[in-house]
Design a protein around this ligand. Structure first.
Ligand SMILES: Cc1cc2nc3c(=O)[nH]c(=O)nc-3n(C[C@H](O)[C@H](O)[C@H](O)COP(=O)(O)OP(=O)(O)OC[C@H]3O[C@@H](n4cnc5c(N)ncnc54)[C@H](O)[C@@H]3O)c2cc1C
Length: 403
């Protein structure tokens, strides 16, 4: 078990949540860490939006089945799912505290990452989309970015959906879409009113990946995140979907995209970073005590001690901030700017924390025997994916200057 000076959160979590964290921590140590070497070295390692697809890409079915069974038996599969949909009904703060545990290892645990906007499903949509996603039978991807629309999707998005009297006809190109090739449904933003654009002119569609007129370019675009390309270009060429495939209201898709981004791509980067940072610190403390140079363990050198302290401070501060913002979200506050803050520092402090850990480990820090470089790549990516740090800063500035 990891038991470092900073493993307990600052917040008093409900006893039930502490219990789930304990279960999650036990699974990490007994089930996932023994698989880590195989995961880190697998050429099939990819980066999609669902832990389950990343797991399935690397391990044989018996290993996946075993972990899925543990996830379902413990209830942790449903960590993000409200009670009304058969889940644990946990607060966001509780979800974050548990998910942080799973981020201690590179090996994905199959908890189901249900996009919060799918709870907007109405009538038959719940059976068609939401239920299969919750059960892991349907995998989603989120398609907002385009070749010329990254930081400014509202202003620059070109993908359009035109109503022809009986159906929506979609044309355009999406780019950098994580896990698109493994997905069954695409949560797609398209312009439905070019005048209004992000103010009522963008609509969210649930498009079946195998629909006529949808082409996913394979292989995807290689990035340094994973061994196998997992970001894709999707082309829509007169792809037709029905009125029943609109998620939420026509024209409300930009708001839905922001809702998804606030929680999934911003607030959740807090625990995603924290687990990795905590592991890096625990590993660094152990290594520094064991590694001897010039007759003394390197832990006795101030140069190393200060790096450990800086990592410790970053973890403490990020955890306090993340938990605070999650609690505010649970209390019904609009946390868009706060989520931007969490994402920005999770990315920046996470990157520098992993940089210290790699340095403390010397050559071993660079090796693929350890998860450190993989963690570093992910955390560095967080400064770009889901909105760059410059964009997060401008969101925070807007909030600061508002009144
Ligand atoms: C690995 C990976 C996975 C991804 N997965 C997905 C996905 O699943 N779905 C999806 O929709 N997208 C995805 N993306 C796209 C990602 O969200 C965009 O790359 C990101 O929002 C930045 O857009 P851009 O690359 O077009 O950069 P640009 O918008 O071209 O920005 C270039 C640079 O200019 C800066 N900049 C831009 N505007 C301003 C400004 N106003 N003030 C100051 N600086 C500015 C940016 O911060 C950046 O440094 C993914 C990207 C990567 C790399």
């Amino acid at each position: 078990m990891h038991a470092s000076a900073v493993s307990e959160p600052l917040y008093q979590l409900p006893a039930e949540v502490k219990e789930f964290r304990k279960v999650a921590r036990k699974i990490v140590h007994e089930e996932l860490l023994p698989l880590e070497q195989a995961y880190l070295k697998s050429p099939e390692q990819a980066y999609g939006l669902q832990p389950i697809t990343n797991l399935r890409a690397v391990f044989p079915p018996d290993v996946v089945r075993r972990l899925e069974k543990i996830a379902r038996d413990t209830g942790l599969w449903y960590v993000m799912v409200p009670e009304a949909h058969g889940g644990m009904g946990l607060s966001l703060l509780a979800q974050i505290a548990i998910i942080e545990e799973f981020m201690y290892t590179a090996v994905p645990f199959p908890w189901v990452n249900v996009p919060n906007i799918l709870y907007e499903c109405r009538g038959a949509q719940a059976e068609r989309f939401l239920k299969p996603v919750i059960e892991g039978k349907m995998i989603h991807c989120f398609a907002q970015t385009e070749p010329n629309a990254g930081s400014d999707p509202g202003g620059m998005m070109k993908t359009s959906a035109v109503w022809n009297g009986s159906q929506w006809v979609i044309n355009g190109t999406k780019m950098w879409i994580s896990g698109a090739a493994e997905s069954d449904i695409i949560l797609l933003q398209a312009v439905t009113d070019a005048e209004k654009r992000q103010r009522g002119g963008i609509t969210m569609f649930v498009v079946q990946r195998n629909s006529p007129g949808v082409k996913i370019e394979e292989p995807g675009i290689p990035t340094w995140l994973s061994q196998k390309a997992a970001q894709y270009i999707i082309r829509f060429d007169d792809c037709k979907v029905g009125a029943e495939d609109v998620l939420g209201e026509v024209g409300n898709g930009f708001r839905l995209g922001q809702k998804w981004l606030t929680i999934h791509d911003r607030l959740l980067r807090g625990p995603y970073s924290l687990g990795k940072m905590q592991r890096a610190l625990d590993m660094s403390i152990k290594w520094a005590k064991e590694r001897v140079t010039f007759g003394r363990p390197i832990s006795e050198r101030q140069a190393i001690q200060w790096k450990l302290v800086d990592m410790h401070v970053d973890i403490m501060a990020l955890r306090a901030l993340t938990y605070e913002m999650a609690a505010r979200a649970d209390g019904g506050e609009d946390v868009r700017a706060q989520a931007a803050l969490v994402k920005m520092v999770a990315a920046e402090w996470g990157t520098r924390c992993l940089d210290h850990a790699i340095q403390i480990h010397g050559a071993m820090g660079e090796s693929s025997e350890l998860p450190l470089t993989q963690f570093y790549r992910y955390l560095r990516h967080y400064q770009i994916g889901g909105g760059t740090n410059e964009i997060q800063r401008s969101l925070i500035a807007r909030q600061l200057l508002k009144g």
